[in-house]
Design a protein around this ligand. Sequence first.
Ligand SMILES: NC(=O)c1ccc[n+]([C@@H]2O[C@H](COP(=O)([O-])OP(=O)(O)OC[C@H]3O[C@@H](n4cnc5c(N)ncnc54)[C@H](OP(=O)(O)O)[C@@H]3O)[C@@H](O)[C@H]2O)c1
Length: 162
Amino acid sequence: MIPILITGANGQLGSEIRRKAGNYPGMSFHFTDIEELDICDAKAVSDYLDSNPVKFIVNCAAYTAVDQAENEAEKAMAINAGAADILAGESDRRKIQLIHISTDYVFDGENNRPYRENDPVSPQTIYGKTKLAGEWPGSTPELMKAWSRRPIISIPLNKDRD
Ligand SMILES: NC(=O)c1ccc[n+]([C@@H]2O[C@H](COP(=O)([O-])OP(=O)(O)OC[C@H]3O[C@@H](n4cnc5c(N)ncnc54)[C@H](OP(=O)(O)O)[C@@H]3O)[C@@H](O)[C@H]2O)c1
């Protein structure tokens, strides 16, 4: 069984993974949200991974209140960038594969075609800026080591699709 940690598992993406988990009997999912594992708490993350040596982490935890983020930049930055750093550092140290989710908000929204991974970023909102800070190589040494390019994963949240 491949052990996989899902953070922020009560959110939209985490709930979709939870819904599909039964289709993957070779994987054992550890579903956590902030009550079980606050990813902003470096010691809690380290302790959790000591007790649960997973092979993969899918980071579904995020601050996603786009409008509210304009007034809560610090909180949004702590979750979307600071906690991403913590997970990246632990993943690198423990050789865990970390999957982190990007967003179209890192772009300027002016394109009339779907964005590509290597399009120039230009976030227009605090939310977009905090998401970019959590993923762009160069933001911290930990992140630079942990991933070599911006992680873009498109997420079909439509219930009828697999
Ligand atoms: N949904 C989309 O359409 C979409 C599109 C593009 C990209 N994304 C990206 O996909 C990822 C998941 O998004 P989502 O829509 O599933 O977000 P979501 O529904 O807001 O879920 C995020 C989850 O993380 C939890 N959380 C917040 N702070 C935490 C912490 N410190 N430790 C652990 N858990 C914490 C939240 O709990 P609370 O609710 O209690 O705060 C919530 O359950 C994000 O990176 C987002 O940027 C989503």
